[in-house]
Write a protein that binds this ligand. Structure first.
Ligand code: CLR
Length: 292
């Protein structure tokens, strides 16, 4: 009887839980974590079906800041904690945008199956969501896109320069990026100062980013400082036993400077397509033995 009642309650509340925002969402995340802790500690046993209940992804990667401190051998400084917090917030915000299924339109659909959707957010910002299947495991993609972020310039000519200015643990960093010149150079190079954060979860690997500040790194002369984020890349197993991954990339960028909207809105999805083309080529290259 009791499991049936619990099951009914979960069923009724699930759609509401998914659509919660702000503090309510944070509260639900805390409850979800408490349950997980209690389960781990053997304080409660949940019936089998409960393990199939999916918490909204945007709650899963939410780690309490106390946990972050405790899991590190040395205590993080306040400033470092602030970056971790920014990274996690970026992930929550970006996932909220991706998870909200309303208002997405197909922007372009490529022959190789890639699709870019777009959506206008309140405040008139247009964001883009690329969906692709890539020939690499989530771990491998995490390696190329996050662990070896600085090496991206070697295989991705869309990025002129990328430098990790600060590492906070294994999952958070502050980076400085410079975009390459675009065709026709209508837009001009941009530089970005971002906090990048990664989170591994059983449902996939999440990479998040947002514009940040670093006192020792003010805007550079000759560059327009643009803002990337809140943004995220979601990498999940394709689910077809091929070792491939589903790649979802939210591009949410403010290029700054005086630019006609129409030019920006063409350049951004194009930049996404180009980036993915280079990534694919890099993945294909690694399969060929050196010195071919
Ligand atoms: C002038 C405009 C159109 C240029 C746009 C350049 C864009 C596509 C480039 C510039 C900096 C790049 C980012 C640099 C760093 C990272 C972190 C990594 O973990 C995932 C990819 C990601 C997030 C890159 C995505 C592509 C990126 C945003």
């Amino acid at each position: 009887m009791l499991p049936a009642v619990v099951k009914l309650c979960c069923g009724i509340s699930y759609p509401h839980v998914r659509s919660m925002a702000g503090l309510k969402r944070t509260a639900m995340a805390a409850i979800g974590q408490e349950i997980a802790h209690m389960k781990k500690g053997g304080q409660i046993t949940l019936p089998d079906w409960a393990s199939h209940m999916k918490w909204p992804v945007s709650m899963i990667c939410e780690t309490r800041m106390e946990d972050v401190k405790m899991s590190r051998p040395v205590t993080l400084r306040e400033e470092e904690l602030a970056y971790v917090r920014q990274g996690k917030e970026a992930l929550q915000k970006a996932l909220e945008i991706v998870e909200d299924q309303t208002g997405w339109k197909i922007e372009m659909s490529e022959e190789n199956g890639d699709v870019i959707y777009s959506k206008i957010l309140p405040g008139a910002r247009k964001v883009f969501r690329l969906e692709a299947v890539l020939d690499a495991s989530p771990e491998e993609l995490h390696h190329h896109l996050f662990v070896k972020a600085e090496e991206m310039t070697q295989w991705n000519p869309s990025i002129k320069q990328i430098k990790v200015l600060k590492h906070v643990g294994d999952d958070t960093m502050v980076t400085h990026e410079v975009s390459a010149e675009t065709a026709g150079n209508l837009i001009g190079q941009r530089d970005f100062l971002s906090v990048r954060h990664s989170c591994k979860h059983k449902s996939g690997i999440y990479l998040a980013g947002a514009a940040t500040h670093l006192e020792s790194f003010p805007p550079q002369k000759g560059f327009v400082r643009a803002e990337d984020g809140p943004t995220c890349i979601i990498i999940q197993p394709a689910g077809d036993n091929t070792g491939r991954s589903r790649f979802t990339w939210l591009l949410n960028m403010n290029l700054k400077g005086w630019l006609p909207k129409s030019i920006v809105n063409q350049a951004l999805p194009r930049a996404q397509t180009e980036f993915t083309r280079h990534l694919r080529r890099h993945l294909a290259d690694r399969l060929v033995p050196a010195g071919r």
